[in-house]
Structures are given as structure tokens and as C-alpha cells.
Design a protein around this ligand. Structure first.
Ligand code: PEP
Ligand code: MN
Length: 339
């Protein structure tokens, strides 16, 4: 941490700052220039609240140098994390993985029809919600365990893995039974007790970015899961809330290269929630692949006009096939492939 002292600070103020830093356990190095004094505070304290120093008399600015997260950072682990599944599929390697399916599992015919189509077009993982975090308590809440069973059967039938959302820790047991990846929704990104419980699971966890979460907050949430023992974490950019109202969310493509430089964890892009408008999903998927996403998750529905949730952002099956063709050209251009 670097503490810049105010130009008119008294010697008494400076000594007070040094004493406080030492009391917090930092080793303090003072450098006195003609007009400015700067203090270097050495010591690894990831949980230190810099405001404790900012409020001291004579302090102009405080800069944190090390990140508050450790296990999630590139400084701690240089090589990228690759998540490996028992069927040989990997996320985080050269090949980009596509996850596709409806927003919600609605019935047997729906999930089997969609699973067949996405598998034939090259998806490797079936998405679909059985427990749905809806803004309205009156909206369809998902089929619960019945939905998980249908999804597992459909995925097994067409050689796919399953990614599905758990909304609280009481559902982790069901996830262990039916899912291959546990999705944590944007609204739960900072549910810290839940994240700690997920840290005890053996299943990979896909942590979606909160609606207005900074990169640091998102990585701190990943840190909760990692530090509780689960090293298989994927981060998913799904759009953030901005001042723009023309789209449902603003898909933050910049998250992809920035997270790659800050963290070794694989990054998944969700252009469906990212923009929320069907005919803009494919361009966002192309952009995400070009920016370096390790996986893409998209909503696909065979009859989106009658979907129980997110029909307006769900691709028609033929659009999904077209998206697969387009992203494979982009993957090749950047030296990658589609798994
Ligand atoms: C979803 O994937 O359908 C979903 C509800 O996602 P999010 O948590 O990103 O809104
Ligand atoms: Mn959805």
C-alpha cells in the first residue's frame, strides 16, 4: 500500500500516520521529497480496509497495490485453470465450449426437442433452469426436481452435459445428483453463505456476474468458493445494468480480456441475458468469441413465442445452427476451435 501525504501535513501528522500503520502490522518506508512525503506500507493484509488510513489527518491518497483476492488471481496461479469432465470435455483449453438450451425446462417434449437440435448443431452442454430466479413471484418458478430429471434424461439421450441453476444451499444435493455444472445466478453472486457451501461441493460452479458487480467484487465472490475448497470455478459475464434502456442489459465484452489478465479462471459469455434481444444475440456471441471467451451459453427454444420465460431473447433452432457456423470461423481466426 502506498500512502501519499498532504503537502501541508505537519511532522506530527506524518509520525501519527507511520505509528498507525506500524500498529496495523505494516513495515513502513518513508520517502521525503522537496514538496511531498510518500509512505510505502509493506505487508500482506488482503482484508485491510484502506479507509482506516484515508481518514487519518495529513493523508492525501491511499493506493492498494496487491489485489484483495488471492486464489482467484493470476499472480497466485499463472497457468489457466482447465475444468475437465469425465466424458473428456474441457473448458479453459484451446477449444471453446458451447452450452445451449431453453431458459426454463417446461416439459418433456420441449426439453427433448431442444436438446436434440442443439446437440446436432454442436453444443456440448445442455442449459435450462428447473429453479428460476424470477423478478415477479407470480411468474413461472420452474419445475423443480421434475425439471432436473427431464433435463438429465434429455442430456444423456443426446450425449450432453447439464448446467443448471441452484438458488440456495438446500438445492446443492439435487445438483450433485443431476447436474454437471452448478450455475449461480447474477442475483446470488454476493450470497456469501451460499458461496461457502458451494465451496464444499465436488461439482464445477459457474458464477454469474452480479447485475452491478465490479470485477473485484466478482472475483472476491469466486474467492469465497475457492477458499472453501472448490477449485473448479467458471466466471460468466451476463451483462450489467447501465444507463442504457434500449437493451435489457449491457453486455460487457471488456470483462473477457480483463478477467483473463486478472484471473486464471475460465470465462463464459452469456449473450442472451447480456443483451436480451433475440436478433442481437448472434453478434454478441461473435464478439465474445473474438474477445477470448472459453465458452458461450445461449438460450434456444423451438417455440419461443410460447416460452414460459425469456422467449424474446431465445434463438430459434435454425439461428443457433447459424451461430455455430459463424463462431467457428471466428474461433479459427484467433487460433482456437469449437469443442
Ligand atoms: C438464466 O440463466 O436463465 C438466468 C436467470 O440468468 P441470470 O442469473 O444471469 O439472470
Ligand atoms: Mn433466462
Amino acid at each position: 500500500m502506498v500512502v501519499v501525504v498532504e503537502q501541508n501535513a505537519s511532522e506530527k501528522d506524518i509520525e501519527g500516520i507511520i505509528k498507525t500503520l506500524q500498529d496495523f502490522g505494516f513495515d513502513v518506508h518513508r520517502s521525503t521529497g522537496v514538496n511531498q512525503t510518500v509512505l510505502g506500507a509493506i505487508g500482506v493484509k488482503p482484508d485491510f480496509d484502506t479507509r482506516q488510513v484515508e481518514v487519518l489527518p495529513g493523508v492525501a491518497r491511499v493506493y492498494r497495490i496487491t489485489e484483495p483476492y488471492k486464489l482467484a488471481s493470476r499472480t497466485f496461479k499463472q497457468e489457466k485453470t482447465v475444468i475437465k469432465f469425465k466424458n473428456g470435455l474441457e473448458i479453459g483449453g484451446k477449444a471453446i465450449v458451447v452450452m445451449a438450451g431453453p431458459c426454463s425446462v417446461e416439459n418433456e417434449n420441449q426439453i427433448f426437442t431442444i436438446a436434440k437440435h442443439v446437440a446436432e448443431s454442436g453444443a456440448k452442454i445442455l442449459r435450462g433452469g428447473a429453479f428460476k430466479p424470477r423478478t415477479s413471484p407470480y411468474a413461472f418458478q420452474g419445475l423443480g426436481e421434475e425439471g432436473l430429471k427431464l433435463m438429465r434424461r434429455a442430456a444423456d439421450e443426446f450425449g450432453l452435459l447439464v448446467v443448471t441453476e441452484a438458488m440456495d444451499s438446500t438445492q446443492i444435493g439435487l445438483m450433485e445428483q443431476y447436474a454437471d455444472i452448478i450455475q449461480i445466478g447474477a442475483r446470488n453472486m454476493q450470497n456469501y453463505n451460499f458461496l461457502k457451501e458451494l465451496g464444499k461441493s465436488k461439482k464445477p460452479v459457474m458464477l454469474k456476474r452480479g447485475l452491478s458487480a465490479t470485477f473485484e467484487e466478482w472475483l472476491m465472490s469466486a474467492e469465497y468458493i475457492l477458499s472453501s475448497g472448490n477449485k473448479q470455478v467458471l466466471l460468466c459475464e451476463r451483462g450489467i445494468r447501465t444507463f442504457e434502456t434500449a437493451t435489457r442489459n449491457t453486455m460487457d465484452i471488456s470483462a473477457i480480456p480483463v478477467i483473463h489478465s486478472k484471473s486464471h479462471l475460465p470465462i463464459v459469455a452469456d449473450p442472451s441475458h447480456g443483451i436480451g434481444i433475440r436478433d442481437k444475440v448472434i453478434p454478441m456471441a461473435r464478439a465474445a468469441v473474438a474477445a477470448g471467451a472459453d465458452a458461450i451459453i445461449v438460450e434456444v427454444h423451438h417455440d419461443p413465442d410460447r416460452a414460459k420465460s425469456d422467449g424474446a431473447q431465445s434463438l430459434f433452432p435454425e439461428q443457433f445452427t447459424e451461430m455455430m457456423k459463424q463462431i467457428s470461423v471466428i474461433a479459427e481466426a484467433i487460433g482456437r476451435t469449437i469443442a
